[in-house]
Design a protein around this ligand. Structure first.
Ligand SMILES: C[S@@+](CC[C@H](N)C(=O)[O-])C[C@H]1O[C@@H](n2cnc3c(N)ncnc32)[C@H](O)[C@@H]1O
Length: 235
């Protein structure tokens, strides 16, 4: 779906459940997560780390031992949950459209888009575990998505809609992502960003489409909801 990158760069989109070469990572994901729904999106089941999981309190040393990068894919983050809710409620219309879930983590937004009638959804995340978890999560919800681990920032992407949930969580990343998304929007792609006020995303000139109270970090049961705006970027 991304017009560049190409399969020769080693990231041909993979459909369906786990590819044979991904079996060890998939086994780790199964072992260290439970299947649960994020608070705002009860209709989507995901492999998540919750307080009952040993990874919940894992230290950096524990993750090193498992050779596991920080498992962002194991949580539904505020920006992603808000965007998935907006997609499923039809506030953002994805029906009949090609969607990119940028910084996909669990693939929650891509899955929501397919459930809501997108023609295809690409879960893009530079973490290979996120790609594997996204495929596994898609299978849990009986939808098919594509995945890529290529960094799409700065690239042309053949999509009608780009949805970026909680991927503007540090300064350099937020600036690079914003510039790329603005460029994509200038070329006619619909762009929506969910950011729970992490303080790095420049919102000047953007339209706030909706604000959804979304669980703050590591809040699995919605006790600490934070207003999470969804911004549209325009041509
Ligand atoms: C806080 S998580 C958000 C995950 C998901 N969108 C959600 O809201 O639940 C941020 C994700 O962005 C990914 N990420 C960071 N830089 C990226 C990049 N340049 N391209 C794609 N993904 C990136 C990380 O690997 C991580 O999975």
């Amino acid at each position: 779906m991304a017009s560049s990158p190409t399969p020769s760069e080693g990231d041909a989109p993979v459909r369906g459940d786990v590819a044979p070469g991904d079996a060890p990572q998939a086994a780790l994901i199964r072992e260290y997560t439970v299947i649960a729904a994020p608070f705002l999106v009860p209709e989507v089941r995901l492999h998540l780390v919750t307080p009952e999981c040993s990874l919940w309190k894992a230290t950096d040393a524990d993750l090193d031992r498992l050779q596991l990068p920080a498992p962002y894919w194991a949580f539904g983050w505020a920006g992603g949950q808000a965007l998935a809710r907006a997609v499923l409620d039809g506030t953002i219309d994805v029906r009949g459209k090609r969607v990119v879930d940028f910084g996909a983590g669990s693939g929650l937004i891509a899955i929501a888009a397919m459930l809501r009638g997108a023609t295809q959804a690409l879960a893009a995340d530079i973490d290979p575990y996120a790609a594997i978890a996204s495929r596994m999560n898609a299978a849990l919800n009986d939808v098919t998505i594509e995945v890529t681990v290529v960094d799409l920032v700065g690239r042309v992407v053949a999509a009608d809609v780009i949805l970026a949930g909680d991927v503007t969580y540090d300064g350099p990343l937020a600036r690079a992502v914003r510039a790329w998304l603005a460029e994509r929007a200038a070329h006619g792609t619909e762009v929506y960003v969910g950011d729970p006020g992490r303080g790095f995303f420049d919102t000047s000139g953007l339209t706030e489409v909706v604000t959804i109270d979304s669980p703050s970090d590591v809040d699995v049961d919605g006790q600490y909801l934070i207003p999470t705006p969804i911004y549209a970027m325009h041509r």
